[in-house]
Design a protein around this ligand. Structure first.
Ligand code: F6R
Length: 609
């Protein structure tokens, strides 16, 4: 979703802002703009479409300044257009603002400001911020900013510059992420650390209810009542290389190939010396022993990882698990007793609905845990404990390595609870733990050239199909949902995931000789039943693409196309089976010529409700 960049320092200011915007392209956007303040006052440039169009425009009209802010906009209030693109400016063309989030009381403020004579030009909620500051500005801009921010309601991360103080960037945060990067003699502001990873690793995470300014590189921070705040710096461990494609056509492909390494890191971050190693989990064992229910909440792909977690925890730890999509959870009336452990899963740690779900769960007095990939993300500040997925920076909009590492963490949680609740023997536990060390190698096998060529061939065969079905039972059911989601989001082919046993209750009506049906049919206790489902599809001329375990001789007799994965326990198989699903979606989207890293209408992290 929208991205913010700000810069003060010795480098070419427009170049740094533009590069930052390019790095944030993965977040999803439809228009962009930059503003600079310097000796010639305020200058602005905006464009609809890709950042390269903004860059082209900038080449023909090179503006500059001593401080700069930039923005990539994902439209919420008002269509994507130059007028609605940020930065927005005040009536006197002195102040510029960029904003992520939604100002909920913008209509009320707008009406008051219009009554006072302010002229609005856009349909956005953001424009109200700049007129509000203008209205409060007489001679001290800092005071005007401090007075204006607390009047805003909703979610916002904002950056502001003013022609009267061309060495300062003002900022404020409420619910939308914002971070400061400290380099040598230069300071950055961004909605995401990757915007400045090339230049700075020391960061200050701005918290909700904080505002401040960066004046000649010096940071001052206050709460919304104007009280000064001491800020803490921390170091980002992510490498700038992670934000580069390294020869892969798309980030998504690079990230698929990174999975063996990411999973190895996640294992190392959760299990050491054959025992659990959960340094930030923070929930005492005594408390966990009293837990009688688990509630899991997440969105999209993370929800599918949570759904797998339900199967794992119920089967291994014998605890009942509720699973909800966050946007539903926050507006229904869940019944949560205080012996529940609440788990929120979010790659970014910034998804608005998931964060709200944690806030809601806390009201029931339960312990909360986040499974996230981003150290310092908002969700980590809302929960009692965290388990990091260690997938590294994920730039592809379609989640891949974050999913497999989330599934792994859910498996580790299930095993941990099983151990604490004495539902698993020491011997079986060690067997499962030791199997984890083979995951990376098994994924490497799936990624071997001959297997990739097989998947590419299947992708070419079915690239023009209008609809796909994905089927699976038990742990393979959430995978069917994930396979369908991946395909629709990057290739725009309609796809549905179903529990294979549900097929005869409706979806079977869709099956004909034009409908590919991807069946995850790895060895499991329900294997025979899945084979029956495959036969039902085949009998109606459906085109079955099977994902089956190595050594399964039955599978090849009943399916049209077969993708083999190495044999493993059903838990580890769930991690392995998703790799061909990711690859199949990727190659179908690629042959269809889709922009895989920037699928239409999608944003990497959905920071508004
Ligand atoms: C799908 C995808 C989304 C995210 C969802 C949650 O490929 O990426 O469905 O999984 O928006 O995002 P996080 O995990 O950041 O909360």
């Amino acid at each position: 979703m929208c991205g913010i960049v700000g810069y003060y320092g010795k480098r070419n200011v427009p170049e740094v802002v533009l590069n930052g915007l390019k790095t944030l392209e993965y977040r999803g956007y439809d228009s962009s703009g930059m503003a600079f303040a310097g000796k010639n006052g305020l200058s602005i440039i905006k464009s609809v479409g890709k950042i390269k169009e903004l860059e082209e425009k900038f080449k023909n009209n090179p503006i500059n300044g001593t401080v700069g802010i930039g923005h990539s906009r994902w439209a919420t209030h008002g269509v994507p257009s130059e007028v609605n693109a940020h930065p927005h400016i005040d009536c006197k063309n002195k102040i510029a603002v960029v904003h992520n989030g939604i100002i909920e009381n913008f209509m009320e403020l707008k009406n008051e400001l219009i009554a006072k004579g302010h002229k609005f030009v856009s349909d956005t909620d953001t424009e109200v911020i700049v007129h509000l500051i203008e209205d409060n500005y007489t001679d001290n801009f800092e005071e005007a900013f401090k007075k204006s921010v607390p009047l805003l309601r909703g979610a916002f991360a904002i950056a502001v510059i003013c022609a009267d103080c061309p060495d300062t960037i003002f900022f404020a945060r409420m619910k939308s992420p914002l971070v400061i990067g400290i380099g040598r003699g230069e300071t950055f502001l961004a909605s995401d650390v990757v915007a400045f990873l090339d230049y700075a690793r020391e960061v200050v995470y701005i918290d909700n209810g904080q505002l401040g300014f960066i004046k000649k590189g010096k940071i001052s921070m206050f709460d919304f009542d104007g009280n000064p705040i001491k800020y803490k710096t921390s170091m980002v461990l992510w490498d700038a290389e992670m934000a580069k494609k390294n020869g892969y056509k798309y980030f998504m492909l690079k990230e698929i190939y990174e999975q063996p390494e990411c999973l190895a890191k996640t294992i190392n971050g959760t299990i050491r010396n054959n025992d659990f190693y959960l340094p930030n989990f923070n929930i005492p064992v005594e408390h966990l022993k009293k837990i009688r229910r688990i509630s899991i909440v997440a969105c999209g792909t993370a929800y599918h990882a949570g759904f797998l977690g339900k199967y794992f925890i119920e089967e291994l730890a014998k605890l009942p698990v509720d699973i909800d999509v966050a946007s539903e959870f926050i507006y229904r009336e869940p019944i949560i007793s205080d012996d529940t452990l609440f788990i929120a899963i979010s790659q970014s740690g910034e998804t608005a609905d998931t964060k709200e779900a944690v806030v809601k769960a806390r009201k029931f007095g339960v312990k909360t845990v986040a499974v996230t990939n981003v150290v310092g993300s908002s969700i980590t500040r809302e929960v009692d404990g965290v388990i990091y997925t260690n997938a590294g920076f994920e730039k592809g909009v379609a989640a891949t390595k974050s999913f497999t590492t989330q599934v792994l963490v859910m498996y580790v949680i299930a095993l941990y609870l099983a151990k604490i609740r004495e539902m698993i023997s020491e011997e079986t536990l060690l067997e499962y733990i030791s199997e984890l060390s083979s995951i990376s190698q098994k994924i490497e096998i799936i990624l071997q050239h001959k297997n990739i060529e097989n998947i590419k061939m299947i992708a070419r065969m079915y690239q023009n199909c209008r609809d796909f079905l994905f089927l699976g039972r038990n742990v393979n059911y959430p995978l069917a949902l994930e396979g369908a989601l991946k395909l629709k989001e990057i290739s725009y082919i309609h796809a549905e995931g179903y529990a294979a046993g549900e097929m005869k209750h409706g979806p079977i009506a869709l099956i004909d000789e034009n409908c590919p049906v991807v069946v995850i049919m790895t060895k499991s206790k329900l294997y025979e039943k899945v084979i029956s489902n495959v036969k039902e599809v085949a009998a109606r001329k459906g085109l079955v693409i099977g994902i089956a375990s190595e050594g399964d001789d039955t599978a090849k007799t009943v399916v049209k196309n077969l993708i083999k994965i190495p044999d493993a326990s059903p838990y580890v198989s769930a991690i392995l089976s998703v790799i061909p699903l990711q690859l199949l979606s990727y190659y179908i989207a690629d042959v269809r010529g889709c922009d895989i890293d920037q699928p239409r209408n999608l944003a990497k992290s959905v920071t508004v409700e």
